[in-house]
Design a protein around this ligand. Sequence first.
Ligand SMILES: [Zn+2]
Length: 73
Amino acid sequence: MDDIDRLQDTLSEDSDRLQRERARRHALEANAVIPEHRECHECGESIPGARLRARPLATLCIDCQQDAERHHS
Ligand SMILES: [Zn+2]
């Protein structure tokens, strides 16, 4: 096996992993029961259903989400 073959092996392994990860995430979102609303983990305000339909896994209200993103950067 030469270097090119080895490189291609590594690349296809990576994309396999990527596809599995993507499929796992899709399954998560598809199976997630979308409640009418959910309480924000941060401030306890209710997260509107519209937001939960767009982001089924959201656990923060828009305000807290924006806050969290600001702290990240
Ligand atoms: Zn909040």
